[in-house]
Design a protein around this ligand. Structure first.
Ligand code: SF4
Length: 400
């Protein structure tokens, strides 16, 4: 059982971070923020995948002008990511719930103006509009004094964070969330652990420049698992180099679920597939059912299995499970067989069964919306014809 560290609760709009609130999963758009339609569409896709709060880059006047309309069209809290121009934090404050700044980067503009004077203006705007602020610390932007004293070390990152926190607190502001990033994974992990011992502020976990999907998920999971098991971390982003940003959110929720610290949610089981799969439509089906039921917030298990080796056992154990044959699919609800259906008709039957379980257990049903068109079976006709229908063969029913 993971014991989470108590941190100060900070509201990002309606979403609470810290103080034992469920760990918040976030992502960042890769659309141009000034392209309102594309950004809103991506945020809607991410919201459907379970994204709790969303960050967008703000680099220009046009980006700021787009924020009000984006805010109007989305349901989850909006975060502005500010790089060098502190004035943008002030200008976007009315339209977002939170912004991220790295005080170490705020000296790039109006160099003669002291950091304190810039923070005065940022804090005034955040107080006026109820924003939270993430202080993003990065080893690459530590100031000279800290570098001279600590070098580019976890201790240096923590010292830097504490100094900036002090500057915000002296201005009467404490709606702060902290991140500590280093491209060396172990340094970042050590910094977060050290910070948690020295400060009550909630932390945003993220691995910088984690890489493409497979590499990024592995690196993030290694670092975050270590931290979350140590009780550290209040909000996470799995950063991936991918066109499909929903992968970040799905990976985040899956990691939290497997660590036993997620909000109650659907548990999805599907086998990895192997040469025993008799129809490639199994993979399509697993993807479709996963996508359609991803928003189910109740703890039910849904299984989609590829053949009669492990299929019967997993399907029986699930609340709703199927296992696939060459031309048909066997559907079970809590261990009871509901029938054998052709691929083309099984998904609506499966969703009906899911709603049946949800009604019985939680008094709730979901409207699934339009089921996407079935992708044709790419397997050559001869191979499919040679395969057997579900249950027709004397296939073993054990667990392989
Ligand atoms: S359930 Fe069947 S198809 Fe899926 S991995 Fe196991 S043996 Fe292969």
């Amino acid at each position: 059982m993971i014991q989470r560290t108590k941190t100060r609760g900070v509201m990002i709009g309606t979403v609470k971070v810290g103080d034992y609130a469920p760990i918040v999963v976030q992502s960042m758009c890769d659309t141009h923020t000034s392209d309102i339609d594309a950004t809103v569409k991506q945020i809607h896709d991410l919201t459907r995948s379970g994204c709790d709060v969303i960050r967008v880059a703000v680099d220009s006047k046009k980006d700021i002008e787009a924020l009000a309309e984006i805010r109007r069209q989305i349901k989850i809290p909006l975060i502005a990511d500010i790089q060098f121009n502190y004035k943008m934090a002030i200008e976007c404050a009315p339209y977002v719930e939170k912004f991220r700044v790295n005080p170490g980067h705020l000296n790039h503009m109006e160099k003669s103006k002291p950091l304190g004077a810039k923070l005065d203006e940022i804090v005034a705007a955040a107080k006026a509009h109820g924003n939270a602020i993430r202080i993003g610390i990065n080893t690459g932007s530590l100031d000279e004094e800290i570098k001279a004293k600590h070098g580019l070390t976890p201790a240096g990152m923590v010292e830097s964070a504490l100094q900036y926190i002090d500057m915000f607190e002296k201005r009467g502001f404490d709606r702060l969330i902290i991140s500590l990033k280093d491209s060396h994974l172990q340094n970042a992990v050590e910094a977060y652990k050290l910070f948690a011992q020295r400060s009550p502020y909630p932390t945003h976990l993220g691995v910088t420049e984690a890489g493409p999907t497979a590499e990024g998920i592995v690196k993030s999971t290694i670092a975050m698992t270590d931290l979350i098991r140590a009780g550290v971390g209040d909000t996470i982003r799995i950063s991936l180099t991918t066109y499909d940003k929903t992968e970040e959110v799905r990976a985040g929720h899956t990691m939290l679920q497997e660590l036993g610290v997620s909000k109650a949610a659907r548990y999805f089981v599907s086998c990895p597939s192997c040469s025993r799969v008799e129809s490639k439509r199994f993979q399509d089906m697993a993807k479709l059912v996963d996508a359609i039921t991803r928003n189910v917030a109740e703890p039910i298990t849904i299984a989609v299995m590829g053949c009669s080796v492990n299929g019967p056992g997993e399907s029986e154990d699930a609340d709703v499970g199927v296992w696939c044959g060459a031309t048909s699919v066997r559907l079970l609800r809590q261990g009871t067989e509901l029938g054998v259906f052709p691929y083309e008709g099984v998904i609506p039957k499966m969703l009906e069964a899911v709603n049946g379980v949800l009604t019985a257990k939680f008094g709730k049903t979901y409207a699934w919306g339009e089921i996407p068109a079935w992708v044709p079976d790419p397997k050559p006709a001869g191979a499919a014809a040679a395969a057997t229908a579900v249950g027709a063969a004397s296939a073993p029913a054990g667990r392989g």
